[in-house]
Design a protein around this ligand. Structure first.
Ligand code: UFG
Length: 325
């Protein structure tokens, strides 16, 4: 089976490419290195340099023929999307339409799409299941929801079977150390904690300690990127077997607070992790936890690496080499 992984040199994309390779698929990575990294390419995967905003480059890449395509090439900074919505409209929405049009023209009828918990907005109940109201509170989340709706129409009108996978908080690195590239300018909690632990940044700012949670800091559902990656393979197999599209949450179903993450990081790394409490960050809900019952039921998906200690230790392996003192 041949799979085209668009955005396969990125943080999640490289883990997804690795997961398909591990299961014996022939993988081609398509990436323009806007945020992806050359060092994330694998010797046992083919590579095509290309940009999803250039339909002719997609057409050329897809000419080889693929059984399916994974689309992870997107902008993902929720805060930035509120300041520069035009970039997100272009890359995320127009870019996906380019992929869909080229894929259907090339006879590719299965697509795995990276969606996000950001489609839900503030939780109205917990854990969040797939039927939870979808009221995104940032433009990034809106683009993901809009794409899901477009996918639904392409399913009906063009026979494109898709799996939309709504990630909660992706974290961690391949426990076997096979991913070489560190995400540049990370904006997410765990890599920032690691940078503070390694001395790359002076300190972590904890965004708020006055939320109505057990310790006052925000609670999130962290899911290991290798568990996410595995779900892409099982979702593709689901599409093969059932010829039916699906939309699923992927989270660990466990809430971890910012303080809990920092405490475990201190224990596991043996480092200080300097931190202070700053004000709340705009748009942060106090608690986000997924129901992943549907993924468990339909895909048989059970996270293996999403416990806090594995999330931290696999990430620390990537950062400890920067420790100087
Ligand atoms: N946090 C800090 N300090 C930091 C960074 C983060 O205290 O320097 C806190 C945030 O306030 C939040 C938690 O750590 O409470 C996690 O923040 P992230 O920025 O790592 O992640 P978010 O929950 O804001 O968002 C992430 C992805 C989104 C996705 C969402 C789904 O970045 O794209 O998870 O749950 F939609």
């Amino acid at each position: 089976m041949r799979i085209l992984v668009i955005g396969g040199a990125g943080y999640i994309g490289s883990h997804v490419a690795r997961a398909f390779l591990d299961r014996g698929y022939a993988v081609t990575v398509f990436d323009n290195f806007q945020t992806g990294l050359r060092e994330n390419l694998f010797h046992d995967a083919a590579f095509v340099y290309g940009d999803i905003m250039r339909p002719e480059q997609l057409r050329e890449a897809m000419r080889e023929g693929f059984d399916g395509c994974v689309h992870l090439a997107a902008l993902k900074a929720a805060g930035q999307s509120m300041l520069k919505p035009e970039l997100y409209a272009e890359s995320n929405i127009s870019g996906t339409i380019n992929i869909l049009n080229q894929a259907t023209a090339a006879g590719i009828s299965r697509l795995i799409f990276s969606s996000s918990a950001a489609v839900y907005g503030s939780p109205q109940y917990l854990p969040i299941d797939e039927n939870h109201p979808k009221e995104p509170e940032n433009f990034y989340g809106f683009t993901k929801l809009e794409i899901e709706r477009i996918l639904d129409w392409y399913d009906r009108l063009k026979g494109m079977r898709y799996a939309a996978i709504r990630y909660f908080n992706a974290a961690g690195y391949d426990v076997r150390g096979r991913i070489k590239g560190l995400e540049l300018n990370p904006e997410n909690l765990l890599p920032i904690v690691m940078e503070a632990a390694a001395g790359i940044r002076p300190k972590l700012s904890i965004f708020g300690d006055d939320y109505p949670t057990r310790d006052g800091s925000c609670i999130r559902d962290y899911v290991h990127v290798s568990d996410l990656a595995e779900a892409h393979v099982t979702a593709f197999e689901y599409l093969l077997q059932h010829d039916r599209s699906l939309t699923v949450n992927l989270g660990s179903q466990t809430g971890v607070s910012v303080f809990e993450m920092v405490d475990r990081a201190r224990a596991i790394t043996g480092r200080e992790v300097p931190a202070d409490i700053s004000g709340r960050r705009a748009g942060d809900p106090s608690e986000l936890v997924a129901s992943s019952a549907k993924a468990r039921e339909l895909l048989g998906w059970v996270p293996k690496y999403s416990d806090v200690d594995t999330l931290i230790s696999s990430t620390w392996k990537m950062y400890e080499k920067f420790v100087t003192i």
